[in-house]
Design a protein around this ligand. Structure first.
Ligand SMILES: O=C(O)c1ccccc1N[C@@H]1O[C@H](COP(=O)(O)O)[C@@H](O)[C@H]1O
Length: 214
């Protein structure tokens, strides 16, 4: 079986980009959403991405982005994928993919089985579906809040598209999450922080080490 893919998201310093790469992450993520404590501008993303080798995937996380915003991010040249984490429709996802020429991930907000079922509408539009915990109505952020959902909802998932798991993961629960869900790509942000927006090198290392046991 192929090695598990790990995305360490919400990076904002060269030191933590380096830690993610050394620890064995396959993907690094940069949040471009002004309300987030992890927000980084397009030129910062370019600078941070330069600290990771070419084989590491560089993903920008955006929420209901305009074409203008995406043009600025993609135009900076460092990205290898876009993660759409808002209420983008399948049509909007397909249009972004066609216009910007990068693989597109669609985050699916999950609380119930119906939410998992809703992901099928994005098959063919998105390159990867990322199942994340639904945040409460009125929450400040649509992700990155350390919330998890019932991983058994993913057991035996038979969706004809690559998919990954995020939401509330940590070095303490990731092995259980992988065993229950069967995920082959896992994505973490707040679980490797010492405070909102402050990534911890030690926690990044511990998380990747825990995953390597799977
Ligand atoms: O991290 C953020 O601030 C963020 C803001 C807006 C949309 C998504 C965001 N983060 C993504 O949320 C999931 C889960 O994060 P966590 O591990 O539960 O903290 C992950 O994909 C982040 O990339």
């Amino acid at each position: 079986m192929s090695r598990l893919a790990i995305k360490i998201c919400g990076l904002s310093t060269p030191e933590t980009v380096g830690a993610a790469v050394s620890a064995g992450a396959s993907h690094i993520g940069f949040v471009h959403f002004a309300k987030s404590p992890r927000h980084v501008e397009a030129d910062q993303i370019r600078g941070l991405a330069a600290h990771a080798p070419a084989h590491i995937e560089k993903v920008a996380v955006v929420v209901d982005p305009t074409d203008e915003m995406l043009g600025e991010l993609v135009g900076a040249g460092a990205l290898t994928a876009l993660q759409l984490h808002g209420k983008e429709s399948p049509q909007r996802v397909a249009a972004i993919r066609a216009r910007f020429g990068l693989p597109v991930w669609k985050a699916i907000a999950v609380k119930t089985r119906a939410d998992i079922d809703s992901a099928s509408a994005y098959v063919g539009a998105a390159d990867l579906l990322l199942f994340d915990a639904k945040t409460p109505d009125g929450a400040a952020l649509p992700g990155g809040m350390g919330l998890r959902f019932d991983w058994t909802l993913l057991r035996g998932l038979a969706i004809p598209a690559p998919w990954g798991l995020s939401g509330g993961l940590s070095s303490d629960n990731v092995v259980e999450a992988i065993c229950i869900s069967g995920a082959r790509l896992i994505d973490i942000s707040s679980g490797v922080e010492s405070a909102p927006g402050i990534k911890s090198v030690d926690k990044i290392m511990a998380f990747c080490k825990a995953v390597s046991a799977c």
